[in-house]
Design a protein around this ligand. Structure first.
Ligand code: HXC
Ligand code: NAP
Length: 287
């Protein structure tokens, strides 16, 4: 398990990075590491009080500068306002971390069409709003920039019981791969990270009732036998928004301890076969 930072101290020095959903959970952890590496941070989400507290604590913890801005990513005018206010305060935008999300765990037939809308609107519309508004700004300013979006491994495998989220995340991955090619000529890069389970209040206490949480026992579900550490994700995110990853474009990097492949591999359940049974099979074969 890795709990220390990976990049050299000034790896993001002077870079201005907007993190949506940056006041809580993984967004906050990644933002904190960006600050430690010298970036200026803008944290956005709907709840201003949460953002203001986070901004204050992050400034105290890192000595960096943090601008909290209320913004519902579903509203294009609010997204444009974030870019305007960021430029006003820090003079420029260098990177956007599309991290804000919503999710319901439910049999799909129990969801109202409005519930489906809510999730797809936050995840997909929110990400394309942020991406379109910032992309237009960079192209107009003839400025380079980089997007990093947080998806999930079920963006490509799909998953029951989180279908609106799966649809939204799959769309975000398509957006990433499409624009990585179309906008490379402007010096704009787009990449994504697909995390496996990383405990956060938003994804755990709110999403998984205690009995259901047992289904997430890492000993059974994850080949490396544990959940992810926030710093491990922050290290990867910092690399992907930094100039060190200048030649990485249109990529999605999985960080899940091998979780999704464990479910996919035809013979992976053979982990459960005890060594005496392998001995017996070997004897039979040799005979
Ligand atoms: C089914 C639900 C529901 C639930 C609300 N609805 N909660 N349906 N299951 N648990 C329905 C309502 O009935 C309503 O439809 C519609 O959804 C909208 O309800 P609202 O009350 O307006 O929604 P609201 O509570 O305002 O906000 C929902 C939300 C909120 C924005 C998504 O939960 C939120 O803030 N989420 C952010 C935190 C979060 O989800 N984090 C997890 C990210 S983790 P009707 O028709 O009745 O009006 C992740 C990956 C997890 O994405 C991977 C784990 C390994
Ligand atoms: P989280 O703390 O609940 O983060 C979600 C954030 O999104 C919150 O800060 C929330 O703030 C913000 N948000 C929700 N709706 C919004 C809207 N309409 N406009 C703007 N902001 C909005 O959960 P998390 O676990 O850290 O998740 C962060 C990201 O990681 C998400 O993209 C999630 O899908 C992804 N992910 C997480 C895991 C995991 O195991 N934790 C695994 C795979 C992927 P407000 O409520 O203030 O708006």
């Amino acid at each position: 398990m890795m709990t220390t930072g990976m990049l050299k101290e000034d790896a993001l020095k002077g870079k201005v990075i907007i993190v949506t959903g940056g006041g809580t959970g993984l967004g906050r952890s990644m933002g904190k590491y960006f600050l430690e590496l010298g970036a200026h941070l803008v944290v956005t989400s709907r709840k201003m009080e949460v953002l203001e507290n986070a901004a204050k604590e992050l400034e105290e913890e890192t000595g960096g500068k943090v601008l909290p801005l209320a913004c519902d990513v579903r509203k294009y005018n609010q997204v444009e306002n974030v870019i305007e206010k960021t430029v006003e305060r820090f003079g420029r935008v260098d990177a956007v971390l599309n991290n804000a999300a919503g999710n319901f765990i439910s049999p799909t037939e129990r969801l109202s069409h409005k519930a489906f809308d809510v999730i797809v609107d936050i995840v997909l519309k929110g990400t394309y709003n942020m991406t379109l508004a910032t992309g237009k700004h960079w192209i107009e300013q003839k400025q380079k920039g980089t997007f990093l979006s947080i998806v999930t491994t079920y963006a490509w495998t799909g998953s029951g019981y989180v279908v609106p989220s799966a649809c939204g995340k799959a769309g975000v991955l398509a957006l990433t791969r499409s624009l990585a090619v179309e906008w490379a000529k402007y010096g704009i890069r787009l990449n994504a990270i697909a995390p496996g389970p990383f405990p956060t209040e938003g994804a755990w206490s709110r999403l998984l009732p205690p009995d259901v949480e047992k289904l997430f026992d890492p000993a059974n579900k994850i080949p490396v036998g544990r959940f992810g550490e926030h710093q491990e994700l922050a290290n990867l995110a910092a690399y992907l928004v930094s100039d060190f990853s200048a030649y990485v474009n249109g990529e999605v990097v999985t960080i899940d301890g091998g979780e999704w492949l464990q479910g996919a591999g035809e013979f992976n359940a053979f982990d459960k076969i005890p060594s005496e049974m392998w001995d017996a099979m070997e004897k039979t074969r040799k005979r």
